[in-house]
Design a protein around this ligand. Structure first.
Ligand code: HEC
Length: 133
């Protein structure tokens, strides 16, 4: 009886750890899927003006390491006056506001209007942009 109980408990503990491992793997898969979707969205919506090569500016400034960077602060890029004057640090929320409606967010910006209000698409883009270091 006691033996059966112990072996039952052992099985239970074992199953829980397997479930946890599967769950962790799910999280990784989920993250990868988010980044892949963000990559696709970036190709579609941003790549025309923002290079994927690190530290290379094209029509728009490089977005490598943009999270945590001060707005309009790359030394070798010629920003609009509005962007140069901005002094906030890019974080998730600022980036969401920016891609939801950059012209209202920062009147006078030279970036063509983007209007990505879909939170899921914003999530994808953020997940991808965070991989640009
Ligand atoms: C038609 C060209 C174009 C497209 C498309 C475009 N951008 Fe931009 N982006 C620019 C330009 C130009 C600037 C500089 C704006 C300024 O100086 O006012 C800029 C600036 C930025 C900045 C500020 C960077 C900094 O150094 O402070 C971010 C963040 C940004 N873009 C993100 C995006 C994202 C994300 C997308 C896709 C959803 C996108 N942009 C699509 C042209 C573009």
């Amino acid at each position: 009886m006691m033996k059966a109980l112990i072996s039952g408990l052992a099985t239970l503990v074992f199953s829980i750890s397997i479930l946890n491992a599967a769950h962790a793997a799910d999280d990784d898969l989920y993250k990868e899927a988010m980044v892949a979707a963000g990559y696709a969205a970036f190709q579609h919506r941003c790549i025309a003006c923002h290079s994927m090569e690190s530290s290379k500016n094209s029509f728009g400034p490089s977005l490598h390491g943009v999270i945590g960077r001060e707005a309009g602060s790359l030394p070798r890029y010629s920003y609009s006056k509005a962007m140069k004057k901005a002094s906030f640090i890019w974080d998730d929320n600022y980036l969401r506001d920016w891609i939801a409606d950059n012209e209202s967010f920062l009147p006078g910006t030279r970036m063509r209007h983007v209007a990505i209000s879909d939170i899921t698409e914003q999530d994808y883009l953020l997940a991808f942009i965070k991989t640009l270091e």
